[in-house]
Every structure is written in C-alpha cells, then in structure tokens.
Design a protein around this ligand. Structure first.
Ligand SMILES: [Zn+2]
Length: 496
C-alpha cells in the first residue's frame, strides 16, 4: 500500500476546539479510521485538555467547562488515549505555543502576555512570563502522553508579531527583524523540548517560514530542531506551493510533513463538506509531490486536517460525523494515488449510499435525504442535510415576491394588508415552522448521543432557533393582520 503513496504516515487531525465528541463516538471512530487506512491521530486538545494546577482555568477541568458540561475529565482524556493505542494508531499531540492562543489569552490571568493588548490571538515572545507559561503547557501535555515520539507545537498564523513596544525595540536591534523575533521564539521552545524530552521530535506548521530566506533558516539551525508540516488546503485549480518552496525546505530540513484538509477549509461557516473540493485538494497534493518529491530527503506523510472552527471564537463548521464520507473519499484518493469512479463506488457502498447518491458537488436544494446509512453518526449528517433543505425553503419563502409584495415590513407595521394574500402565506409559514420544530427534536435527540450539551446548545442556538423564532413571529403577524381585517391606508393599530 505504501509504495503507491507518499510517506508512511496518514494522520487524521482531531480538532477538539469545536464540537468535541463524546467517548462513545470516539470508540467507534478510531477503529473506523484505522480500517480506512489511517495510521495515527494528530490531536489538538486546545481547551478540552484537562489542564491542572496553575493551568486549571484553561481546560476541561475549569469551572466554566464544568458548568457548560464540556469535556474532558482526566479519566476521559486518558480513556481516549487508550482507545487510540488499542487500535494501533499513533498519537501526536498538538499544542499551540505562539499564535492561536485565544484559549489561554482570553483569561484575565494571562492577558498581560498578549502581543496586542486588545486581541487574544498572539503571545508576546519578549515578555518574561511567556516562556514559563509555555513550559507549563508543554510539561502537562507531554506528561499526559507518555509514549509519544512527536510533539506538534503549532506556531502558525501569528497575526500579531513585533507590534508591542518591547518587541518593536527588539526588532530594531535584531539582524533579521520580525523573522528573527519569530525564529528566536520557536528556537527557544524547541530547545526546551529537546533538553527535557530528548526522545521527542518537534513538528511545526510551516506558513510562518514560507517567506523567510533559506540563509536565515540555516543561521538558526532550524533543520536540527524541527520538522515542518507544510499545509495547503486548496483544490487543484487554486493550489500553489511550487518548486522554490520545496527546494528551500529540502536544503534546510531532512524530514518534512504535509497537511491536506478533509473539512473546515472551504468556508468558515460551512455545514456539510464539499466532497469534490477536498478530493481535489488531495489530488493536488499528489501531483505536487510527484513533481517535487525527488528534492526531498524524507517526506514523512500527511495529516488530513479536519478543522472544527476557523479559530477559538469562530462558529462551528462541518461536524466530524458529517465529514466521514469526505474523509473516506480523501483517504482512498491519497492511498490509491488518485481519484477514480471506483473510489466513489466503493466508498458509497461501504457507507450505505444505496438509494441516494453520495454527492461530490453541492446538490440543488431541496435534495433527497438518505433514509439510512452505515457509519458512525450518520443520523447527524442526515439531520444537517434536512436542515439545509429547510433553510433553502425558508429563504425562498422569505425572499419570495409574495412576501415582498403583500407582506413586507412597512405593510405589517401600517396594518395595510390583504387577507386574501395572508390566507395563502400563513399555511406555508405554519408548515415550515412545524418542520423546523420536528428537525429541532430530531437533532437534539441524535446530537445528544455523540456530543456534549454546550455543543448542542451552540448548534441549535446558531442554526435553528433564529429561523424558528422568525417563523413564529411572522405567523403571529399573519394572525394579527387577519384579525384586523383589511384596512384603510394610514389607520393605526386598534389598540393604539
Ligand atoms: Zn511583544
């Protein structure tokens, strides 16, 4: 199998900062991904990790997590690691150490470590309290994962770099400006790991290195300290890494990783993944590596990333159960060395798509919903399919000529409506209201099986409640207008 693919590792990224699944789901998920060809997991715990002692506020043991019935307890987290190991899958934990630090910097206790006082994204690498905090984070993560060989220290998308007065001063006296500031921090973190855990190899996201000259990367001996994970989530049409980048990295690094995406990379509020786009991303990677693999000493493999949110404060995007078909298509495409109709047929069959088709592209809505499928959490995918159908119907009613012509805001406020039109609008609104209420019950019941209360509340509150409330309000307005009967223009409400 490995002769056809690049590298030996096929990690599935578990982004727990959004919709962390219950253990009962993960119990089914780990053997499932093992079966389709995964070799390990890249686990991004973020604020779900049960941090203790000085870090207790951050994670699953904090008061706010407990109040919101959010994961994970020490026992649960340990159980997750056991489940992964029992399935013969490798574990690589990922902990952010520079940017994407909202889960830490949002707390008052660490506010003074922000690079930009107003924004909780990036840490100030110059503040003398920064490294002690990072050491604490790393210490707790490493201690909890005793058998690991790799540690991913994130370090991507440091939005604010060298903007605080102390960092500006440091940049002015450093040889390579912001590049020095970034590399000095990464080096310090990596050296701490090397000194205390010499058996660990360190991975970082590569994006901050892309625009730094090769000679500067060499000056910091980066190749001796870290292994970059080159991430790129675009499809074939928009994919752009290119020969110069591979040339540079191959001169600096012995070991290089890649990162594709099977979800959470097309839109920050995407509900169901666009299969074709993600398959295309994997095809693009295969073609990119075919062209440039000769330059690389050792391509270790890929992480198939599955983002749950674009960042800590972003809304949820595609849930894990909704993305299983995409993950299967992408994994098979990667392992086979390209996508084909055979992959579509075998994945469709394996997942139970018999009466309805596994769509590669976004279908025209409303679209048929599969009555039954056969993979962990398929009921949730069906629920979101149903939701998108309802939302499409809702939008077409709200934006309809009839609503805009005979039931617009001015007409309702002026009590200037025609009962004949309302009598045809009201049953449509009533039926939609009933349908979204049924969906709400279905979703609550099925989400409850695999997700915690805080995720269910967020999903229902974001997607379903606003539509349901709007429909209820419109229904009430229809009933009020019918009670008033048609009136002369300019006449105010009866009670006023
Ligand atoms: Zn600073």
């Amino acid at each position: 199998m490995d002769t056809l693919t690049f590298g030996t590792h096929r990690l599935v990224h578990l982004d727990l900062k959004g919709a962390p699944p219950k253990l009962s789901y993960l119990e089914k998920f780990f053997p499932f991904i093992k079966d389709i060809g995964a070799t390990g997991l890249l686990i991004e715990w973020e604020d779900t990790f049960p941090y203790t002692k000085e870090l207790i506020q951050i994670g699953g043991l904090s008061n706010s997590a407990q109040v919101n019935n959010a994961p994970y307890s020490i026992e649960e987290a340990r159980h997750i690691l056991e489940l992964i190991a029992d399935n013969g899958l490798m574990i690589i934990p990922l902990v952010q150490t520079f940017g994407h630090m909202e889960f830490v910097l949002k707390h008052e206790q660490w506010r003074h470590l922000r690079e930009e006082e107003e924004y909780p994204s990036s840490m100030c690498p110059t503040n003398s309290d920064t490294m002690p905090l990072i050491r604490s984070l790393l210490k707790q993560i490493v201690a909890f994962h005793p058998n690991i060989q790799y540690l991913h220290i994130g370090a991507d998308e440091v939005w604010h770099l060298g903007t605080c007065p102390a960092c500006i001063k440091r940049i002015q006296s450093s040889k390579h400006g912001k590049a020095s500031l970034y590399l000095e921090h990464i080096t310090e973190v990596a050296q701490y790991v090397k000194e205390n855990y010499p058996h660990l190899k360190i991975i970082i996201w590569d994006d901050m290195l892309r625009n730094i000259d090769e000679s500067i990367l060499q000056e910091y001996y980066l190749g001796n300290l870290i292994e970059p994970m080159v991430w790129h989530y675009n499809n074939v049409e928009t994919f752009h890494l290119g020969g110069a980048l591979w040339e540079k990295y191959s001169n600096v690094f012995t070991n290089i990783w890649g990162a594709t995406a099977f979800k959470g990379a097309t839109s920050s509020c995407q509900i169901l993944p666009i299969n074709k786009y993600h398959v295309s991303n994997h095809e693009a990677w295969l073609s990119e590596l075919s062209m440039h693999i000769g330059k690389l000493l050792n391509f270790k493999g890929i992480a198939l990333t599955g983002w749950s949110r674009y960042d800590h404060y972003a809304t949820l995007c595609e849930l894990l159960p909704c993305s299983i078909p995409t993950l299967c298509l992408c994994m098979k495409t990667w392992i086979t060395g390209g996508y084909s109709q055979d992959i579509h047929s075998s994945v469709s069959k394996m997942l139970g798509y018999t009466d309805t088709q596994l769509n590669l592209e976004t279908p025209t809505r409303p679209a048929p919903i599969p009555p039954q499928l056969s993979f962990p959490g398929w009921q949730i995918l069906v629920g979101f399919d149903w939701y998108i159908n309802i939302k499409t119907k809702y939008r077409s009613v709200i934006d309809s000529d009839q609503m805009n012509t005979w039931f617009n805001q001015w007409q309702v406020l002026s009590n200037y409506t025609n009962p004949m039109q309302i009598n045809s609008i009201l049953p449509v609104l009533t039926s939609l209201h009933l349908e979204i209420s049924s969906l709400e019950n279905y979703m609550k019941m099925n989400l409850e099986r695999h997700f915690y209360t805080h995720t269910i509340e967020e999903l229902i509150g974001t997607l379903i409640t606003p539509i349901k409330q709007h429909l209820r309000q419109l229904k009430c307005e229809c009933e009020t207008q019918l009670a008033l009967g048609c009136r002369v223009r300019g006449q105010k409400r009866l009670n006023l």
